[in-house]
Design a protein around this ligand. Structure first.
Ligand SMILES: C[S@@+](CC[C@H](N)C(=O)[O-])C[C@H]1O[C@@H](n2cnc3c(N)ncnc32)[C@H](O)[C@@H]1O
Length: 279
């Protein structure tokens, strides 16, 4: 099983990319919402859990957590993501904020989540150190990144095609999956992983293409020169059509959730604060 390139973006351009994608992000197929539901099933937060979601996007995790009764703060560095999420979910405290510089009080959250974001940021250790600061002793963190998925070879030809064109792009995408090492370095304990997977039927080849162009995959296409991008789209749609006509397209994708905890006797944490609006 291979790790699928769900998101292929340069860390420093991530918020700008997602700002442009925000209107269609997770709207073609509720893909990230599906992973968020699975993550919350694993975490099982109690109603009233004070949850901070970083890189919240359209609110896959944040909205689902709020629906489960959590008191959610959601931060994202893309202004359009923030305005769409705030408009759709007034029950969530949504902030425009860089995860590297959390302007939030210390030791006031019970749980921090980040769906498909930690591998994109420029300085993962800095982000995790910030999360540890705002989490209370004994609190948990859960971060997902793209991961392996069993697909019985259904996506082999697509992967080969995408790999061929990716090698033509000017700059190779930066992806940093050393999440466990960063968690350890930031002082988190009880680090473990859980594999997640979705197998979502897709109605048509065009829908599947539109899905791919609605998230970080679009950055890889945009990194091609226009002729290569057009050629890739043509060949990708041909492969999706082949899949559609030979049993139907099923979006098989995996993720790894990294779970960890702030040590209960954290010497850095002596006081508990409450998150307040506007702080
Ligand atoms: C792949 S999307 C994931 C969105 C959401 N967590 C989900 O699961 O659907 C990554 C999100 O992280 C945000 N992001 C990237 N770098 C960030 C940073 N340094 N600080 C805050 N948000 C960031 C992007 O704007 C984007 O909304």
């Amino acid at each position: 099983m291979r790790r699928r390139a769900i998101v292929v973006v340069m860390a420093d351009t991530a918020p700008a990319l997602f700002d442009r994608l925000a209107d269609r992000y997770d709207q073609v197929i509720p893909f990230f919402a599906a992973f968020a539901g699975q993550l919350l099933d694993v975490l099982g937060p109690d109603p009233g859990t004070r949850l901070l979601d970083i890189g919240s996007g359209r609110g896959a995790i944040a909205a689902a957590a709020a629906a489960r009764g959590c008191a959610v703060t959601a931060v994202d560095a893309a202004p359009r993501m923030v305005s769409l999420l705030a408009a759709a979910h007034p029950e969530i405290d949504v902030r425009l904020m860089d995860a590297h510089r959390l302007d939030l009080p210390g030791a006031c959250y019970d749980l921090a989540t980040g769906g498909f974001v930690i591998h994109l940021v420029a300085e993962p250790l800095r982000v995790l150190a910030g999360l540890r600061r705002v989490l209370r002793p004994g609190a948990s963190v859960a971060l997902t990144v793209p991961g392996p998925c069993e697909d019985n070879g259904r996506w082999n030809a697509w992967e080969t095609l995408a790999g061929q064109f990716a090698s033509r792009a000017g700059r190779p995408p930066r992806r940093d999956y050393r999440v466990a090492a960063y968690l350890r370095a930031a002082g988190f304990a009880d680090i473990r992983t859980v594999n997640l997977a979705v197998h979502l039927p897709v109605a048509s080849p065009q829908t599947c293409w539109d899905f791919h162009m609605s998230h970080g995959f679009a950055a890889g296409v945009e990194a091609l020169d226009p002729a290569d991008a057009a050629e890739f789209q043509r060949l990708a749609l041909a492969e999706l059509t082949r899949m559609h006509e030979s049993g139907g397209i099923v979006l098989d994708r995996g993720a790894v959730a990294y779970l960890a905890a702030v040590p209960a006797n954290d010497p850095h944490r002596t006081q508990h604060a409450q998150p307040t609006a506007g702080t």
